[in-house]
Design a protein around this ligand. Structure first.
Ligand SMILES: [Mg+2]
Length: 98
């Protein structure tokens, strides 16, 4: 996981870029970056994994996730609630023990 210092850096950058560029442009950018990681995943499934590209797009998505969080005021408890729910559901689905 990322350090507190990294989180602070991502949060500050998110605030700055949204103020500088506007929320709408950053929402479009978020969709683009998510699409780029999606393309890398599809290439990997297709037998053409490019680890360097995957790491780069993974980082891009983390940066954009923080911007999405700032733009929509998403709180840590909200995120944790959904993560817990998703993990519970998936563990149940695959009989991984609860
Ligand atoms: Mg990218």
């Amino acid at each position: 996981m990322i350090s507190h210092r990294e989180k602070e850096k991502l949060y500050q950058f998110a605030r700055e870029i949204i103020l500088a560029n506007g929320g709408e442009k950053q929402q479009i950018k978020a969709a683009e970056e998510l699409g780029e990681l999606q393309q890398e995943m599809l290439k990997a499934v297709d037998g053409r994994p490019d680890r360097d590209a995957i790491v780069e797009e993974f980082a891009d998505v983390i940066v954009m996730l923080w911007q999405i969080r700032v733009m929509f005021g998403i709180t840590r408890p909200e995120i944790e609630k959904w993560i817990d729910a998703k993990l519970y559901r998936t563990r149940k689905k695959f009989n991984l023990g609860l």
